[in-house]
Design a protein around this ligand. Sequence first.
Ligand SMILES: [Zn+2]
Length: 249
Amino acid sequence: MTDLAVLAAGFGVIPLAAIILYTVTTRVLAYREAAWGFLAGVLGFLGVSHAMAVVLVNHSLLGDLVAATVLSFVGLAIGAGIAWLLLDGPFIQTEPNKILWAAVAFLALHSFGDGLVLGGDFTGAFLPTLRVDAVTVTATIAHRFAEGCLVVVPAIWAAWRPRPAFAVLFASLASIPAAYAPGWIFASFGFSPIPRALSTFLAGMEATVGLMLLVRGFIPIAAADRGTRWPVWIAIGFIAVSLVHFFVE
Ligand SMILES: [Zn+2]
């Protein structure tokens, strides 16, 4: 029997390993097109494609069309507002820090969504349908590690020291309470649309935060050298993280 606590902890903690990129800081900075391009592809997939797919699927499954539409719309609008405040609002002064904080917000939202998916498999009367084997574990590690890189590379670029960079990576731990949320909701309300509604709302926020971070942060930085390889790196990142998702959520 797979233990939710073990899986949830693993899920939450793996992105912290991305701090290892601090051992190759000069390379991360030197290979700007490759590093930012690859991560732009990852972000494009996770934020725009994957999160929006979650919104669309849930929208069709929620039952009440008006409620589903309002929920999705509000999530998308709030995400755009948060991204705007972080990227162009008055609170964060320097450009690299704006990108870094938006990336931290994205990691937190995405991790919470990942946790909900994980916890959903453990809800109710069903036995966990989760497959745990070498392939799914490897794919999960790759997937969550890449998500940690979405924060660590901006942190290196913003010249943050490893210690505070490690601290903001803790946003990934949002997946741990999220993994328990479907179980708690089930225990309190029985079968209810609440977990699906929550996931729709959060995925909507994630989609617009991801979109704005992508077009305002990752793509411009990848393209800043006027190189020609960054679009290819974006495609490679996008395809690589898609492949990973054929094996795990
Ligand atoms: Zn994920």
